[in-house]
Design a protein around this ligand. Sequence first.
Ligand code: FES
Length: 159
Amino acid sequence: MPIETPSADATRRRFLGSITNGILSVIGGILGVLGGGAILSSTVRRQEDWLAASALHDLPDNEPTAVTLSVMRLDGYREALERKTIFLVKTGESEVAAFDATCTHLGCHVAWDRQAQVFRCPCHGGVFDRTGAVTDGPPPEPLVKIATRVDGDRVMVQA
Ligand code: FES
């Protein structure tokens, strides 16, 4: 009885199958390294993102104070300096709240109206109270809160 050998067609199919599996393994490996790197780098950046925003003794009680931060952002492989305006509000002996000054409607910058004691957006009349809550106008969300911590006399923000 003759020994049956695989046909040339079956051999070629097996060969192409193993090439395809090899290529998919390499692609999977590359994606795994890139994905893992992105997660790791965002974790590392998050820990480094605390910035000194003000001295605590410079902030008046319950009166929002505008501060402009310069933040170095990684944009792909390029670093870009981004300026960001925030408001700091000293709410207690060593407690400070912080809000992004960007209106949640279409992104204009709000300003503190000291007389009326509200944040006003100049673009479409959005109004926010000192806690960042919307009290009038089209903004769909409150002002974005920013994490803060107080180290001695330094107010740190996570921007
Ligand atoms: S952008 Fe602020 S109300 Fe429209």
